[in-house]
Design a binder for this molecule. Structure first.
Ligand SMILES: *[C@@H]1O[C@H](CO)[C@@H](O)[C@H](O)[C@H]1NC(C)=O
Ligand SMILES: *[C@@H]1O[C@H](CO)[C@@H](O)[C@H](O)[C@H]1NC(C)=O
Length: 370
């Protein structure tokens, strides 16, 4: 597909000139977040679901305590927001309409137990599926943003500069494919077919975000689900390796398709930039080094794998990988955010700092209608 940019030369030179004058392009005005419990900042507090953690000891290391975040402290998104000079990204469902009308720094639509597929996680109750999350984002653009960015040009400029963080897919395994008692997917699809289905659906969702105005994307693959304490302890027979490699091998099928899907999107969606986050291979080194040979949770967990309400968690939270039976500690979130923002290992082909500074794609570079 031909990429044509009709930006006149004069504008280009003015643009380059303004870059030289300012020294660098400004940091993004907003961070928009789509995903699951790794990113949820309180949406599930407002839903009827078992996937809800707005009680202590969750948030024990977070400035405002238990907020519905599925960890002891900050999430990856919280660390990224801080580094981008933005406030913590508020949960969409926590906002009043007055607040929705007045927010320009981004919104968090992520929902614990949600997946790429709409039925994922529903055995636990209500969720915001990725479809629903994008519907709410549509509302944000259609109903709320126009009060601040009054013209379409202003709005598309603002969205082009904003960062779109998407981290989803774990629950399509944990709360769907690996739960044959609740879902038919493992009977209906081979592991490879299911991985392809997830990839295709995610690809469509990313396209939707692009056509709504998103240009700068950060999209994560799926981590080593086979190493999660809840998965290891549920494995039958008990694996004689630290992780359940059968489960990891399902994720590998999905992750193998992931880079090509992203590259293809970037090529076909003119003016888009994609940063690919890889947490699967992050863990690899740690497991091989034998650091994580024992997957234990920092807190005492209940039947759902969540911390028991008001239980006293471990003290060495900065040395633990897992907070509860599913979710990483703040320490791990920080390590991921740090490298993805400042480093060069987890996020490619550039880190989020570089993504943020990349000159945004002008409206004039939209794909030409065929
Ligand atoms: C709108 O947001 C600004 C900046 O965050 C804040 O100072 C102001 O009080 C808000 N106004 C209303 C009506 O909420
Ligand atoms: C990136 O590096 C800066 C400067 O050292 C630091 O202040 C910031 O916290 C880092 N970002 C993350 C997400 O850790």
């Amino acid at each position: 597909m031909a990429k044509k940019c009709s930006m006149p030369l004069l504008l280009v030179s003015i643009f380059i000139h303004s870059l030289l004058v300012k020294g660098q392009s400004p940091l993004p005005p907003a961070l928009y977040v789509f995903g699951d419990s790794l990113s949820d900042s309180g949406n599930n507090n407002f839903l009827q679901t078992e996937a809800k953690v707005n009680y202590t000891p969750y948030g024990i290391d977070f400035p405002s305590g238990a907020t519905g975040r599925f960890t002891n402290g900050k999430t990856i998104v919280d660390f990224l927001a801080e580094s981008l000079g933005l406030p913590f990204v508020p949960a969409y469902l926590s906002l009043s309409s007055t607040q929705k009308n007045n927010i320009t720094t981004g919104v968090n639509y992520a929902s614990g137990a949600a997946g790429i597929l709409p039925e994922t996680g529903t055995a636990m109750g209500m969720i915001l599926s990725l479809d629903k999350q994008i519907d709410y984002f549509k509302d944000t653009i259609a109903k709320y943003l126009p009060r601040i960015y009054t013209t379409p040009v202003e709005r598309s400029k603002y969205l082009s500069k904003s960062i779109f963080f998407i981290s989803i897919g774990s629950n399509d395994y944990i709360n769907n494919y690996l739960k044959p008692e609740n879902y038919g997917s493992s009977k209906g699809y081979t592991p490879q077919q299911f991985a392809n289905l997830l990839r295709d659906r995610l690809e469509n969702h990313l396209k939707k975000l692009y056509y709504l105005g998103a240009r700068k994307f950060v999209v994560f693959n799926i981590g080593r689900l086979g190493c999660i304490p809840a998965i290891v302890s549920a494995a039958k027979p008990k694996p004689n390796t630290p992780c359940d490699e059968k489960v990891n091998s399902l994720v590998v099928l999905y992750n193998a398709k992931f880079p090509n899907m992203i590259r293809k999107l970037e090529r076909s969606l003119s003016g888009s930039t994609f940063v690919r986050g890889d947490t699967y291979n992050m863990a690899k080194n740690s497991y091989e080094a034998g650091i994580l040979t024992e997957q234990t949770s920092c807190c005492e967990v209940n039947g759902l794998g969540h911390c028991r309400q008001d239980s006293t968690p471990c003290k060495n939270r900065k040395e633990m990988i897992f907070w509860d039976a599913y979710h990483p500690t703040e320490m791990v979130n920080h390590a991921v955010a740090y490298d993805c923002f400042n480093g060069s290992f987890l996020c490619t082909p550039m880190n989020i700092h570089q993504l943020a500074r990349k000159p945004y794609a002008s409206k004039m570079c939209l794909p030409l209608a065929k």
